[in-house]
Design a protein around this ligand. Structure first.
Ligand SMILES: Cc1cc2nc3c(=O)[nH]c(=O)nc-3n(C[C@H](O)[C@H](O)[C@H](O)COP(=O)(O)OP(=O)(O)OC[C@H]3O[C@@H](n4cnc5c(N)ncnc54)[C@H](O)[C@@H]3O)c2cc1C
Length: 563
């Protein structure tokens, strides 16, 4: 390259970080700006499924093949973010046989070994499934930690020279002579706005891509589909289990970090910032999937959350492939071609599974805009943490940690484990639920892509606060790690924000043991830690008590009332 074009990428989700990494590896000067922390959009609200493509096999074989290939690529380059659980598509007595056969045949056509398993064979593999499962076939589904993946992708981009600025919203697009020439941002230090010049801007703002394009007067119609999920404290299955029936949504159990995620319900919405989950969706997920794995009816939901998936298809807005929140396709809009405005490309859609491939397509497109021919390197170069085998247990035990703590740290950190866990200082476990030690928390706080006083940054990097107590027992310990380097007001604010964020996902699953846990958390904070309601600012009216209840509302799962 004679001169090095400066590419500005907007959006710190899987797509934006993937584009930043790819372009940085191809030698461009790259700046990524994200209005919040990395993964603040759909990426941090997906259901952890690394698609094999089986869901698309009978409707969109090309998308299925892409998923299958990318699932394998991610397993190779991001080993510490992926668990190869395998998957089962199961059919219950009375389910549509023709649909089962069509889906199975589609999977075979795209290269999966989808031999039919009998009910007995399924029982051997997954004894917790209902005896009503009369057949199934295996699919190469896996699970992925979208937080770890995105942070590692951003870290890799930085290693290749990219600048990553989080907590830096784009407030305007700079347009000169029918060309986008950069962006205006409001940096996190609160010093007003600042202009960032760029030779090219990539709009990877996900559900907000239309708003961003609108800043340059450009129209990008973005449809929004909201999907809800429930996190359960234990997983009844080792594999991803999907009920193979024509009913869309509410049919997948994803085992995830010792727990499981039930997904998903879906509704079209107008607001990309919608965060609330409808109570009937929670019940629908738990009850619907308890028909597949009856233990779920007695287990402990610890959180419900939702995410919004964008899609762009102005000609046929309803023609998307709706497979429970994830759509197989993506759209790339060249605003020079479409609107005679040089300097901006918008990308909408895709999945976490295919984000690397989408990023490659965007990077190819940017290269073409500059007449540059540089090969994509992202499919073979491992992400930080995945460069080599994780450290062996023998080596890890030298740090004086219990084996469960060693194992958890090694799973999360991959080949960075020794580097992070090695210390001559005391290294207590700060989050018991997820076995997170102080050095891991400090590593997260020191990450240059994170804002130090946002403890949610620690959560996404370590899983601290994501266990059964939902931060009730550990969030003050996390906050105390900010002392004495940060001012006390900032530490208090960080603690309040983390408590509030952890609380917001629990209020729709408050029955039985999780209700008792919420009360224990409240007591600990309000009484033992002397943080009264004026500190916590919790909206307790948000308990889903419902206006009235009677005997029939007694929670059939025991331990409390069900709204
Ligand atoms: C409920 C749900 C379940 C899903 N399940 C799966 C699954 O199991 N498997 C799978 O592979 N895929 C799944 N997907 C799809 C996948 O999550 C998304 O396709 C993917 O995360 C999209 O990433 P993205 O980077 O394009 O968008 P996002 O992750 O939404 O990132 C966009 C980013 O842009 C930022 N931004 C917006 N406006 C501005 C601004 N003005 N300035 C700066 N930054 C800005 C946002 O804060 C956000 O972080 C699911 C999606 C949903 C919604």
């Amino acid at each position: 390259m004679g001169y090095t074009p400066h590419i500005l990428v907007v959006g710190g989700g899987a797509t934006g970080t993937g584009v930043a990494r790819d372009l940085a590896m191809r030698g461009f000067e790259v700046t990524l700006v994200e209005r919040g922390k990395l993964t603040d959009g759909a990426t941090g609200r997906m259901d952890g499924l690394l698609h094999s493509g089986a869901r698309y096999a009978n409707t969109d074989p090309a998308a299925a093949r892409e998923c299958l290939a990318e699932r394998r690529t991610l397993e190779a380059i991001a080993a510490h973010c992926v668990v190869d659980t395998g998957g089962l598509f199961v059919s219950l007595e009375g389910d549509d046989e023709e649909y089962f056969e069509r889906t199975r045949a589609g999977c075979e056509d795209v290269g999966m070994d989808a031999r039919v398993l009998s009910g007995e064979e399924v029982e051997d593999l997954e004894p917790s499934l209902t005896p009503e499962v009369d057949r199934a076939f295996r699919v190469p589904d896996a699970t992925v930690d979208p937080f770890r993946l995105t942070v590692a992708t951003a870290r890799s981009a930085r290693n290749y020279g990219a600048t990553v600025e989080t907590h830096t919203p784009v407030t305007d697009l700079l347009v000169e002579n029918d060309a986008v020439a950069g962006v205006e941002v409001a940096p996190r230090d609160g010093t007003g706005t600042r202009e960032l010049d760029a030779d090219y801007v990539v709009n990877a703002a996900g559900a907000w891509a239309g708003d961003l394009a609108g800043m340059a007067g450009l129209d990008v119609p973005v449809g929004l589909s909201k999907a809800g999920m429930v996190v359960v404290s234990e997983s009844p299955t080792d594999r991803v289990v999907s009920r193979c029936c024509s009913q869309q949504g509410g049919n997948t159990i994803v085992p995830y970090a010792g727990r499981c995620i039930l997904g998903t319900t879906g509704d079209d919405v107008d607001d990309p910032d919608v965060e609330t989950q409808a109570q009937h969706d929670v019940d629908r997920l738990v009850d619907g999937l308890a028909a597949v794995a009856p233990e779920l009816g007695n287990q402990r939901p610890i959180r419900a959350y939702c995410g919004v998936q964008p899609y762009h298809n102005p000609q046929q807005p309803d023609a998307r492939t709706d497979t429970g929140g994830a759509t197989g396709s993506f759209s790339l809009i060249d605003h020079e071609e479409r609107d005679d405005t040089w300097g901006l490309t918008t990308v909408v859609g895709g999945t976490v599974t295919t984000h690397r491939l989408v990023a490659e397509a965007v990077a190819d497109h940017v290269c073409a805009k500059f007449g540059i021919d540089r090969a994509c390197l992202t499919a073979t170069e491992p992400l930080p943490g995945s460069e080599r085998e994780a450290d062996t247990e023998d080596k890890m035990e030298q740090f004086g940690l219990a084996s469960a703590v060693v194992e958890a740290g090694r799973d999360r950190l991959g080949s960075r484990a020794s580097e992070v866990l090695e210390t001559s200082e005391p290294n207590p476990v700060l989050c018991d639920c997820e076995n997170v030690t102080r050095t891991e928390v400090r590593d997260a706080l020191d990450d240059e892509t994170a804002a130090r006083t946002d403890l949610d940054e620690v959560r996404i990097r370590t899983r601290a606060g994501m266990g059964t107590c939902q931060g009730g027992r550990c969030c003050h310990a996390l906050a105390s790690e900010l002392y004495p380097t940060e001012p006390i007001e900032a530490i208090d604010g960080a603690l309040d924000d983390l408590c509030e964020a952890r609380w917001s996902g629990q209020r729709h699953v408050l029955w039985g043991e999780q209700l008792a846990q919420a009360m224990r958390n409240y007591n600990r904070h309000a009484r033992a830690l002397n943080r009264g309601r004026e500190h916590l600012d919790l909206d307790l009216s948000a308990f889903d008590s419902g206006p009235e209840w009677d005997e029939d509302d007694l929670n059939p799962r025991g331990g409390g009332f069900r709204p």
